[in-house]
Design a protein around this ligand. Structure first.
Ligand code: NDP
Length: 453
């Protein structure tokens, strides 16, 4: 497994992947750890998670440098990501017991209630775009619920994968409660087949999600899937255009556009299309990608040259089909994985910029007649992850958000982000199940009925 710096193109380090017997031994260690970990009180588990939060904060800069080197995230954003990981550890350390406390149910019996019991060893397959946050978003609730976990991280961030294991170990967690498995994706099926694995969570592309979900389902193992998105952002004629343009640009460029919940399709009512596009273009153009190790850089390179090239091909195909590029859209010679903020207008169905997920700093602007057409276009996608609507009429915003858009969440006059207190996840080809909040911690538990006549 090779870690390659996407800004310089240099090989950082090569890592040896695990052999089959090594994988099996690690899974057995996780199972042994589970037998003890599940018996600990919430208070004891919470104390461990609190120590993990402190360890993350202490190493924040070092971990941000690792992300910058392996996948190009600028330092400031990397430190923000680590802070958010500490936050989610503390959140579940404080709330897990309350979320999972037994629930009495009146059935007329002398005793009837629901208890929430851990399942066992959970496999987490995680992506490179938020290498720490995506992992901690699963592991904080997972471990607090009494499960143990093994992580198969993306192949381009092996250093981050090992750093997560090290943080938990340094925070004193019992051996085997959390382990990283340095393996290729071709090993995942065998790991799922191991009876020790009780469930799987995957964050990544829809293709990977379908494969892993199929493998898990064939063995009747539960899966939670956080997959791709092509989030629609609707800008209505009564929107605050400056605010909408600022939020849209900020969201589109989160993590150099490599976020499942980045704004991707901008569906603008024709009355305000010109003013929105002009303001949006200024804001997108103001951010140019640079060295992620530089404290002042706001957007870095894309994570790999291959991902950059795939994105460029999607843009080229869209232009050939009639889209107009009004900003960016060019690869500079020798620029490694840098790609400039790009805007495509006149985007129509049948173009990759309309039909596919664009996982980079590229905005698709689609002009529509009115609210009805905006909603129709917003829902005209195989995805259903996040969405947003911009309007000064808050009742109108709530109506559209709650009842009209097919997505796991809809933000009004703001951009979508994941927040520890709120459930996060999608519908359609964006996956199923939820992470975060009270729903997230209940995904990997046995909802157990206890009854005595
Ligand atoms: P992938 O889905 O390829 O990778 C995500 C994780 O899944 C990695 O750990 C990867 O391992 C693993 N994986 C990939 N294929 C399989 C498989 N067949 N069986 C088991 N595990 C597998 O994402 P990409 O790196 O290709 O990222 C690009 C796309 O992924 C984007 O277009 C976006 O849709 C989606 N994505 C979504 C994210 C989200 O937050 N919802 C985050 C990141 C990506 P390995 O690296 O070894 O292949």
């Amino acid at each position: 497994m090779k870690a390659i710096n996407p800004f310089t193109g240099e090989l950082i380090r090569e890592y040896q992947t695990l052999s089959k017997p090594e994988i099996d031994r690690k899974l057995e260690t996780s199972q042994e750890a589970f037998l003890n970990w599940k018996t600990l009180s919430y208070g004891v588990r919470a104390a461990y998670l609190m120590r993990v939060a402190e360890a993350l904060e202490l190493k924040s800069r070092q971990l941000a440098e690792l992300m910058a080197a392996e996948m190009g995230k600028p330092l400031k954003a990397g430190m923000g990501e680590i802070e958010k990981c500490a936050l989610v550890c503390r959140y579940y350390a404080r709330h897990a017991e309350e979320f999972l406390k037994p629930e009495a149910v009146d059935t007329g019996a002398s005793l009837s209630y629901i208890a929430f019991q851990p399942l066992g060893v959970i496999l987490a397959v995680m992506p490179w775009n938020f290498p720490f946050w995506q992992s901690f978003r699963f592991l904080a609730p997972g471990l607090m619920a009494g499960n143990t976990a093994v992580l198969k991280h993306a192949s381009n961030v092996p250093g981050c994968a090992l750093a997560i294991e090290e943080i938990l170990r340094d925070a004193g967690l019992p051996q085997g409660v959390f382990q990283t498995l340095l393996v290729k994706s071709t090993e995942v099926e065998e790991i799922i087949k191991n009876p020790i694995i009780k469930a799987v969570t995957l964050t990544g592309s829809t293709g990977a999600g379908m494969k892993v979900a199929g493998q898990a389902a064939s063995l009747l193992k539960k899966a939670v899937l956080e997959l791709g998105g092509s989030d629609p952002y609707i800008v209505l004629e009564d929107a605050d255009i400056e605010l909408a343009a600022a939020k849209c640009a900020e969201s589109r460029l989160i993590n150099t556009g490599q976020s499942c919940i980045a704004a991707k399709r901008f569906i603008v009512v024709e009355q305000v299309a010109e003013s929105f596009t002009a303001s949006f273009k200024r804001k997108m153009a103001a951010k140019q990608p640079g060295d992620p190790m530089d404290e002042n850089t706001e957007i870095g390179p894309m994570a790999t040259v291959e991902l950059r090239d795939e994105l460029h091909a999607q843009i080229q195909k869209s232009i050939e089909a009639g889209a107009v590029c009004i900003l960016g859209g060019k690869i500079e010679q020798g620029s490694h994985a840098l790609y400039p903020p790009t805007i495509l207008t006149k985007v129509k169905k049948g173009m990759p910029a309309y039909d596919e997920e664009m996982f980079g700093p590229v905005a698709s602007v689609i002009v529509v007649k009115d609210e009805d057409e905006a909603i129709r276009v917003a829902n005209d996608t195989v995805f259903g992850l996040g969405s947003a609507v911009f309007t000064e009429d808050l009742q109108r915003g709530s109506r559209i958000a709650e009842r009209m858009i097919d997505a796991g969440c809809c933000f009004i006059n703001d951009y979508v982000r994941s927040i520890p207190e709120l459930p996060f996840g999608g519908i359609k080809q964006s996956g199923y199940g939820r992470e975060l909040g009270v729903y997230g911690i209940k995904e990997f538990v046995n909802v157990k009925t206890i009854y005595r006549p």
